[in-house]
Design a protein around this ligand. Structure first.
Ligand SMILES: [Mn+2]
Length: 269
């Protein structure tokens, strides 16, 4: 894995690289999902995901997974485990059927690297990035970086996301990384209990700054597990923020087409 690559450390890549050809965009719909938190313990959700990869994902122009595909990712050597190989295989099936899958890192799986991307035939996107969908400039982001009222979390995020620390962590044996991940997760769960809803939601100023920086009218993100759509005025322009639903109880995804957007539920085969 090349840790200095822009996708791994979250710097912006040229936008034009990711814009699907117009004729394809016009023809189909674009699907967005996030916060699936797949793990070998989640068999029902995993079946839902497989149904998605074999069904609607293949009919779409493109699929964007905006982070936390996995409940945890300790490094691409996690692909040694048959469960994760299967997930990669199902994703690769979308590309084999003519579709494209784009993947953004979440806070749980920001160590997903080029090896996984190759095996799953997905393109890693930087977080945030801005793309045009049906003429609307849209920021895509996992969303955790926008929760700026949670100073503790942002400090930990800055600490862990430096390329040198990522390199050091990935150099540790898998069992040690697993133990550390469990330790830090328990600690953050304990801390989360004392956090207010306000702290764990996105900060409006951070949202506004991000939209202005990318000159975008729409933002799509996940992470907060508070699905909703907000409309607001910013610098005299109407803006939209869509929060994706998580996969706690089923397999929801957002479908964007020329006609507008709607949330659909994956039906198991
Ligand atoms: Mn998240």
């Amino acid at each position: 894995m090349n840790l200095s690559s822009p996708a791994a450390i979250g710097t912006e890549l040229p936008h034009s690289h990711f814009i699907p050809p117009l004729e394809r965009e016009e023809a189909g719909s674009i699907l967005f999902l996030s916060d699936l938190h797949l793990s070998p313990q989640q068999l029902l959700l995993t079946r839902c995901f497989e149904a998605f990869c074999a069904g609607s994902a293949r009919e779409a122009t493109a699929v964007y997974i905006l982070g936390d595909l996995f409940d945890y990712w300790l490094g691409d050597d996690q692909l040694r485990e048959p469960y994760y190989q299967e997930v990669a295989r199902h994703l690769a099936g979308i590309e084999a059927a003519g579709g494209s899958v784009f993947l953004q890192h979440g806070n749980r799986d920001f160590l997903i690297g080029e090896r996984f991307a190759r095996e799953a035939r997905v393109t890693l996107l930087p977080d945030p990035c801005a793309l045009d969908f049906y003429g609307v400039r849209t920021v895509l982001t996992h969303g955790d970086a926008l929760c700026t009222d949670d100073a503790d979390y942002q400090a930990a995020r800055r600490f862990w996301r430096t390329p040198s620390r990522i390199r050091q962590y990935l150099a540790l044996p898998l069992f040690l990384r697993r133990w550390m991940a469990g330790h830090f997760r328990r600690r953050s769960m304990n801390k989360a209990q004392s956090k207010t809803d306000y702290q764990t939601d996105v900060n409006q100023d951070a949202v506004a700054a991000c939209l202005l920086e990318h000159d975008a009218n729409r933002m799509i993100h996940g992470h907060t597990h508070r699905p909703d759509t907000y409309h607001f005025d910013l610098h005299g322009r109407e803006r939209e923020r869509i929060v994706l639903p998580d996969w706690r109880t089923g397999g929801p995804y957002l479908e964007l087409s020329k006609a507008g957007c709607r949330v659909l539920e994956i039906k198991e085969n």
